[in-house]
Design a protein around this ligand. Structure first.
Ligand SMILES: *[C@@H]1O[C@H](CO)[C@@H](O)[C@H](O)[C@H]1NC(C)=O
Ligand SMILES: *[C@@H]1O[C@H](CO)[C@@H](O)[C@H](O)[C@H]1NC(C)=O
Length: 555
């Protein structure tokens, strides 16, 4: 599979991206470079090669037959259903097509869930949405020139929530309760664990239908389905999954803050896939410790940054090329409870059941006691803990641009700054490769912690800063940064006064650290002296920055 990834010749590559090496936001190529690096690391154990070779040969033969039978586009559709990639469809894999053709959805086999308690409480959630601002997309600048109408059809037609309002039993929200070994304020845990790591790579792009959710995924899937019918609660790229943190508690209640990384597939057959990936979903739930009562529920996509959605779409029948990337601004995507959960039946003193929803009588008024927390942490602290759980690299704090330079000046350190097209702590593609490899490795963390103040910024933010005449010192620092920037990500080492002493582009960095299997594969093993080449390259980069800074400072 690795061999499929980046096998274009330079000539082919320059045909696809005539900008001559300068990769545009649309190219997507550097993502595959990162993938190549990762796959190379995975593809090594030599013993497995023989068996693997035989299997690959069989698969290749079957693949060729499939192309002859179906053509490239037909095979693309077939592969989107073939989740285990064996080039055969099982009944389970054929299910989305059967449902489409018959219009019948067989009852979902929801394990362990739906403990439907008729005496339980119910809660109503409302969904609100303001569609993505198309004019915030980079590609809107030239009127979406060269972007086919079918690519954006799912995006353009998604104007309101799929399900504006829905009722839930409060017991369903027990998925947000902490596991047995957690229960203190500040504790964090994975609600939906990530299944991605450096050795698993990424999930495929050519899928239209989310896999059947299981266990705790069911509720999250149902909630996100209120926005759009095709949520993938396991995103293709890290960060993946959902984490939660106890923000406050008392004897009866928890206030639990959560963060979810999921995405939507906006297109359906016959259009090519269009992935819509909000930076994150976050929110909180106030519920009783036995989940019998939900006081408040709120889930939303933060819209306080100028760009908060990553979009990737395919425009050809190939998984590994023909991919466009853009980012944009989504003003609102939000779920909120209309009020606390209430019982649907109540029992009077004589034990008679009174239907609280009986239209004939006066509606029953519920009075809820005010919740006083016996222990709590702030909203921001809870958010920080979630972040550290999701991204170990956050063990080193990344400060906003201006703060980083102030702090570096005060502590006589250098600024380690990452300038990127999308956001590093969002799900944006730009930070992806970096985050997953080098920034989490402990030698890099230690060096950053010891000698640098770290910061990351969006190109767009620095452009605004540069244009700000009110603050000439900051404007100059932004200018010096932008001067050295190349798409998609530039890592820089700067003096506290803004002079860039060293910088490296992410594409160049990945080229440096990717290994060709025929050159190094055979000597590379997991057991002896495993060291990630990107870690050592990044350490060298930082050390070189330190050395150059010395020269400046001792002049
Ligand atoms: C960073 O340095 C401080 C003090 O030198 C230390 O207490 C802390 O554990 C370090 N953190 C990491 C992630 O290395
Ligand atoms: C920052 O300080 C260094 C060393 O003193 C100096 O060489 C450089 O010109 C300064 N840069 C700016 C932008 O002031």
């Amino acid at each position: 599979m690795a061999a499929d990834v980046d096998k274009r010749t330079p000539e082919e590559e320059s045909k696809i991206w005539p900008q001559n090496g300068h990769r545009t936001p649309g190219s997507g190529s550097w993502i595959y470079r990162g993938m190549w690096t990762l796959l190379m690391i995975c593809a090594v154990p030599v013993l497995a090669f023989g068996i693997k070779y035989y299997q690959d040969a069989q698969l290749l033969k079957r693949h060729e037959e499939s192309v002859r039978t179906l053509g490239a586009e037909g095979l693309f559709l077939f592969s989107s259903l073939d989740t285990d990639r064996d080039l055969y469809l099982s009944p389970e894999e054929f299910k989305p097509i059967a449902e489409k053709l018959t219009g019948i959805t067989p009852p979902v086999d929801i394990e362990e869930e739906v403990i439907h308690d008729p005496n339980g409480e119910t809660l109503t959630l409302e969904a609100k949405m303001q569609p993505l601002r198309l004019d915030s997309m980079t590609k809107s600048k030239d009127g979406f020139l060269g972007v086919s109408h079918s690519s954006l059809s799912g995006l353009r037609s998604w104007k309101s929530p799929a399900v504006p309002s829905s009722s839930f039993s409060s017991g369903q929200f027990r998925v947000f309760l902490p596991p047995k070994n957690k229960g203190e304020v500040g504790d964090t845990w994975w609600v939906i664990p990530s299944e991605l790591n450096i050795f698993t790579g990424y999930l495929p792009n050519n899928r239209y239908h989310p896999p059947t959710p299981k266990g705790k995924e069911v509720l999250i899937h149902t909630l996100l389905s209120m926005f759009h019918p095709r949520p993938f609660i396991k995103s293709r790229f890290a960060p993946q999954g959902a984490v939660a943190c106890i923000r406050a508690s008392n004897d009866f209640y928890y206030d639990i803050v959560f963060r979810i990384h999921a995405e939507f597939q906006l297109n359906d057959v016959p259009d090519f896939p269009f992935w819509f990936t909000p930076g994150q979903f976050t929110g909180n739930i106030v519920l009783s410790k036995d989940a019998s009562h939900v006081r408040h529920f709120h889930l939303y996509v933060p819209s306080d940054r100028s760009l908060n959605v990553d979009m990737e779409w395919l425009y050809g029948a190939s998984e590994s090329s023909n991919m466009e990337v853009d980012i944009g601004y989504l003003p609102q995507l939000e779920l909120q409870s209309t009020g606390p959960s209430t019982p649907s039946v109540i029992v009077d003193e004589q034990g008679n059941i009174i239907d609280s929803r009986d239209g004939s009588g006066e509606p029953i008024q519920f009075v809820f006691e005010e919740i006083h927390w016996s222990s709590e942490i702030g909203q921001q602290e809870a958010a920080r803990r979630l972040e550290v759980t999701l991204y170990p690299f956050k063990k080193v704090s990344y400060l906003p641009f201006s703060e980083a330079f102030e702090r570096a000046g005060a502590e006589k350190k250098l600024v380690h700054s990452i300038l990127l097209w999308g956001a590093l702590d969002d799900q944006s593609c730009s930070g992806r490769t970096l985050r997953e490899t080098v920034l989490e490795s402990s030698p890099v963390l230690a060096l950053l912690n010891q000698s640098f103040i770290s910061s990351w910024s969006l190109v767009k933010e620095l452009e605004n800063m540069q244009a700000d005449e009110q603050n000439p010192a900051l404007s100059e620092k932004a200018r010096l940064h932008l001067e050295k920037y190349n798409f998609p990500v530039e890592m820089m080492v700067a003096l506290p006064n803004g002079t860039i002493v060293h910088h490296i582009n992410a594409n160049f960095f990945l080229d440096q650290t990717s290994m060709k299997p025929e050159e190094e594969g055979a000597t590379f093993s997991f057991s002896g002296g495993f060291e990630d080449p990107s870690t050592s390259t990044y350490i060298s980069f930082l050390k070189e920055g330190l050395e150059r800074a010395q020269e400046y400072l001792t002049q």
